[in-house]
Write a protein that binds this ligand. Structure first.
Ligand code: HEC
Ligand SMILES: [Cu+2]
Length: 337
C-alpha cells in the first residue's frame, strides 16, 4: 500500500503529503506492505492526530495564562465550583477520553497481530548475532534444513512464523513495513509472524542497542512468488557447488589456508566454523555484513581485506593476502551461488 493513498484517506493530512512522501520506502512503518503493519499504521495516524490536537490545546491555554498573568488585578473569571468542574473535565475526563480508545485499540491490535499461526505455517528461526543475523529454515518437525545469513526469503501472501533467539545480548527483530518489533532475548524464544501481501524487498533493522555496530545490523527480507521462493529454498538446502575450474580449486584451498574455515561454514566442504555467517551460498546474497554493503566483488574484496574498515569492531579480523591470493579466493566465493 502506498503512503499517499493512506494520507488521502486521512483528510486533514492531505496538505502535508509532499513532506510525508519521505515516509515511504523499504524501511518505513508508515508504508505498510502487510496486514500487521497496516493495523499498526492505522493506529499510528489517529494517535499522531490527537497528539497534535492536545499539543495545540495546551499551547493555547499556556498562551492565555501567560497574557492573563500580566493583568494583575483581573478578577478570577470562574467561581470555585466552575473551576473545580474545569479541573475535572480538563484534568480527568479529557485525558481519559483521549487515551482510553488508544489503549483499547492498541490492546486489540496487539492480540490480532500476535495471534498464533496454524501449526503447518512455515517456520524460520533467526538468531541475533553481534552484528548480523543467522537464519535457519525449519521443516515441520523443527529440524534445520537450510542456513543463511542477513537475507530472509518468504513466500508472498503466506503467514510465516519467526522463532527469534539470541546467544549473546538482547536484539530486536524489526521489519517496519511488515510487522512491529519483537525482542530477541538470550535464553528465550520469542515468536512473531510476518505476512507480506505482495512480492518486494524490505529492510529490517535491529531495534535494540546491542553494541558498537548495532546501527549496521540490518537485513533484507525478500518476499517473492511462492514458486520462486520454493526454488530459492531448494537451492539454499543444497551443499555448495564444487570448484569447477583450477582457479576455483585454488580459491577453495586458499579459504582454508587463510583461516576462513575456522569461523565460516561452507556446507559440502570441511569448513564448519560457526563464529561467522554460513557462506555456502554467499554469491546468491544481495548484501554483505548485515546489509552494510552490496554484495559486489569490489565490496567483497574490501570486506575480506579489512572488515574493520567497513564495520569497525566487527568480529572478523583483517587478512594478509597477496593480490593473487585474494583474487583466487574471490573467484571461488563468487562461484558459491
Ligand atoms: C575470527 C572469525 C572469522 C574469520 C577468521 C573470518 N571471518 Fe568472515 N566473518 C566473521 C564474522 C563474525 C562475520 C560477520 C560480521 C558482521 O557482519 O558483523 C563475517 C562475515 C563475513 C562475510 C560476509 C557474510 C555475509 O553474509 O554478510 C564474508 C563474505 C566473510 N566473512 C568471508 C571471510 C573470508 C573469505 C575469510 C578468510 C579470509 C573470513 N571471512 C575469515 C568471522 C570471521
Ligand atoms: Cu542488535
Amino acid at each position: 500500500m502506498s503512503l499517499s493513498k493512506h494520507i488521502r484517506t486521512t483528510g486533514p493530512l492531505g496538505a502535508a503529503a509532499p513532506f510525508l512522501a519521505a515516509c515511504e520506502g523499504p524501511q518505513s512503518a508508515l508504508d505498510p506492505a502487510g496486514s500487521a503493519a497496516a493495523l499498526i499504521a492505522r493506529l499510528w495516524w489517529p494517535t499522531l492526530f490527537v497528539a497534535i490536537l492536545v499539543t495545540l490545546l495546551v499551547l493555547a491555554l499556556l498562551t492565555v495564562a501567560v497574557f492573563r498573568a500580566h493583568r494583575r488585578h483581573a478578577a478570577l473569571p470562574l467561581n470555585a465550583r466552575q473551576s473545580r468542574n474545569l479541573v475535572i473535565a480538563g484534568g480527568i475526563i479529557l485525558p481519559l477520553a483521549a487515551t482510553i480508545p488508544f489503549a483499547l485499540s492498541s490492546f486489540s491490535i496487539g492480540r490480532t497481530i500476535n495471534a498464533p499461526l496454524p501449526d503447518d505455517a512455515m517456520t524460520v528461526e533467526v538468531v541475533g548475532k553481534q552484528w548480523w543475523w543467522e537464519v535457519h529454515y525449519l521443516d515441520e518437525a523443527g529440524n534445520r534444513i537450510a542456513t543463511t545469513a542477513n537475507e530472509i526469503h518468504i513466500p508472498a501472501g503466506e503467514p510465516v512464523r519467526f522463532l527469534l533467539k539470541s546467544d549473546n545480548v538482547i536484539h530486536s527483530f524489526w521489519v517496519p513495513n511488515l510487522q512491529g518489533k519483537t525482542d530477541m532475548m538470550p535464553g528465550r524464544t520469542n515468536v512473531t509472524s510476518v505476512t507480506a501481501d505482495e512480492p518486494g524487498v524490505y529492510r529490517g533493522q535491529c531495534a535494540e542497542y546491542c553494541g558498537t555496530q548495532h546501527a549496521l545490523m540490518a537485513f533484507l527480507l525478500v518476499a517473492e512468488e511462492p514458486e520462486r521462493f520454493d526454488a530459492w529454498l531448494e537451492g539454499q538446502r543444497q551443499p555448495a557447488t564444487m570448484p569447477e575450474t583450477q582457479a576455483q580449486a585454488r580459491g577453495h584451498d586458499e579459504f582454508f589456508e587463510a583461516g576462513c574455515a575456522g569461523c565460516h561454514t561452507i556446507r559440502g566442504t570441511s569448513a564448519s566454523g560457526d563464529l561467522g555467517p554460513d557462506l555456502t551460498h554467499i554469491a546468491s546474497r544481495r548484501t554483505l555484513a548485515g546489509a552494510t554493503v552490496p554484495n559486489r566483488i569490489g565490496h567483497l574484496g574490501g570486506w575480506i581485506t579489512d572488515p574493520q574498515h567497513v564495520k569497525p569492531g566487527s568480529r572478523m579480523p583483517p587478512s594478509e593476502l597477496t593480490p593473487e591470493e585474494l583474487k583466487t579466493l574471490l573467484g571461488y566465493l563468487e562461484s558459491l551461488e
